[in-house]
Write a protein that binds this ligand. Structure first.
Ligand code: GRF
Length: 217
């Protein structure tokens, strides 16, 4: 069997995207495997998910470090020691230092709950409803030092329904996150993703065959 790409996943909370990655990597034919899950929060539920899947876990508490740089240095050391070649941020609620982002440039990806570049930062579903957009979604992108700004690998769109509140919309987007993240990881692990002038090119990927229009008529 071909060598699988070793991945470290960084989380802070419930870890439903981590679960999607664990499930994908649970298939021996998937081109990536999770070498380590790191949380900056000791009681993050995602740690439980990793343990159940038999994946090594580590807690690195940001509050125990004097500076962002010191915390990031500890992260860096642990990731390298695990043998991971790619970092997946999955609900990791810490800003990373410029040094760390640059060290992992092109080897760190994140999932964000909006169609970037719209709605960077927090409360993306509220912002989408307030802006009145008719389509919303999620983005998997490379991480750069600027927040939610790196080259886009995969996006999935959902309609915003007139009956939606934040929770209903978040739920619809989350279902797509759980598909988009494993897809992006597979494409990266297969070596099919390259970045040219900040734009991701994907070797042999099929463009979506249908358009999504909202309202439908
Ligand atoms: C997701 O909505 C993700 O897009 C965002 O944080 C949330 C994490 O959820 N970055 P989970 O911990 O993966 O369930």
């Amino acid at each position: 069997m071909a060598k699988r790409l070793k991945v470290a996943v960084l989380i802070s909370g419930r870890g439903s995207n981590l679960q999607a990655l664990l499930d994908a990597c649970g298939d021996a034919a998937f081109p990536a495997e999770i070498a380590l899950v790191i949380s900056n929060v000791a009681d993050a539920y995602g740690l439980e998910r990793a343990r159940k899947a038999g994946v090594p876990t580590l807690v690195i508490d940001h509050k125990a470090h004097a500076s962002r740089e010191a915390f990031d240095a500890e992260l860096d050391k642990a990731i390298r020691a695990s043998g991971a070649e790619l970092v997946c941020l999955a609900g990791f609620m810490r800003l990373l230092s410029k040094g760390f982002s640059e060290a992992w440039n092109g080897r760190m990806i994140n999932i964000h709950p909006s169609l970037l570049p719209s709605f960077k930062g927090l409360h993306t579903h509220r912002k989408a409803i307030e802006a009145g957009v008719k389509l919303h979604g999620c983005t998997v992108h490379f991480v750069t030092p600027e927040l939610d700004d790196g080259p886009i690998i995969v996006q999935a769109a959902v309609p915003v329904l007139s009956s939606d509140d934040e929770d209903a919309l978040a739920h619809r987007v989350l279902e797509q996150e759980h598909k988009a993240y494993p897809l992006a990881l597979r494409l990266v692990a297969e070596g099919r993703v390259s970045v040219v002038n900040r734009v991701v090119k994907i070797l042999g990927a099929d463009d979506a065959g249908i358009r999504l229009v909202n309202p439908a008529n």
